[in-house]
Design a protein around this ligand. Structure first.
Ligand code: AKB
Length: 318
């Protein structure tokens, strides 16, 4: 069956590139983008302004567009969520409830991203297992754990086909991330190309999991296409492609830009969040249950990011 797909938060870092990939895969008319904001420029496909918490309007759009699959990406990220915890609870949880309710009514499948933020200080830091202690200390993490459980509940109780991954920091060069703890790992490449120097808001020895956008998109599409009979962990598969610290990332950038320099001006809020997250996940369940296999590591991602941004700078677009 050809899919009719709706993305919430579709103008964000992941949504803007996922929409392109979904249209390539399922057809130009397959994918409807929605977002709280109006787009700054004309978008190639259909767009609706939507607050995902507005269940009535969401329902109208889903019915009108005969939606069969929802990628629910609208959420506040970790640093913003920590500054605005009540908004984070409202946006991250009420939005999810509205999406799950409409999916239950129309029989749509739902992809909801969880995060490495769903883990906390008591979680094993290295080779963090798929099934382990989840006692996050950030509001973002609280909403992510609650979201994982709610998606499981809708699957078991109502038979909604809910699936999701725990994304690490996503690195990309089309739409910048906003308000996350891992944003530095994107900003550093822009700064390296533009200024040959970067001031990082995390300590140089902070290890976190990361993934390059092409692999993040592949994970989101492959999981939704996976044979349901093989999925034991339907919501919130650990996925990772690499784990590195700012110091290491800077060293890899110097392979291409030898004069690059990194400085540190540590933000205590984001450092505390990062310290509460794992250093490096283990993603065996995703590999076994639906064939997860990333293509990019730190070296190949760094080469691709710097090449893309350098070409863009040459055209005056950076
Ligand atoms: C964040 O830093 O908040 C996100 C995430 C890891 O979920 N990028």
């Amino acid at each position: 069956m050809s899919e009719r797909i709706l993305i919430t938060g579709g103008l964000g870092q992941l949504g803007s590139e996922l929409a392109v990939a979904l249209r390539e895969r399922y057809g130009e008319d397959s994918t409807i983008v929605t977002d709280l904001r109006e787009p700054a420029n004309d978008l190639p496909g259909p767009f609706y302004q939507l607050d995902a918490r507005d269940g009535t309007r969401l329902h109208e759009i889903v019915r009108k567009e005969r939606i069969t699959r929802i990628y629910h990406l609208a959420a506040l990220l970790s640093a913003v969520a920590e500054a605005r915890p009540h908004d984070a609870w409202s946006i991250n949880m009420d939005g999810l409830v509205a999406v799950l309710e409409v999916a239950r009514e129309v029989g749509a499948s739902v992809f909801t991203p969880s995060s490495i933020g769903a883990f906390g200080p008591q979680t094993p830091k290295d080779f963090t297992p798929q099934d382990t202690i989840q006692r996050p200390t950030s509001m973002y993490g609280v909403t992510k754990v609650a979201g994982e459980l709610l998606c499981d509940y809708y699957a078991f109780k109502y038979g909604v086909d809910t699936r999701g991954v725990r994304f690490p920091g996503i690195i990309s060069n089309v739409t910048p991330p906003g308000g996350g703890t891992t944003d530095y790992a994107v900003d550093i490449y822009y700064a390296a190309v533009r200024d040959r120097r970067y001031t990082c808001f995390l300590q140089g020895d902070t290890y976190l999991d990361m993934i390059y956008m092409p692999d993040a998109i592949k994970a989101a599409i492959d999981l939704m296409e996976a044979d349901p009979a093989r999925l034991r962990h339907r919501n919130a598969f650990n996925v990772t492609a690499m784990s590195f610290s700012p110091e290491e990332q800077a060293a890899y950038i110097r392979r291409y830009i030898p004069e690059f320099e990194i400085y540190y001006d540590v933000d205590p809020v984001r450092q505390a969040i990062a310290n509460s997250w794992p250093n490096a996940l283990e993603d065996y369940a995703a590999r076994v249950e639906w064939g997860w296999q990333p293509a990019y590591d730190l070296d190949s991602m760094t080469a691709d990011m710097l090449k893309t941004l350098t070409e863009r700078q040459a055209t005056g677009a950076l």
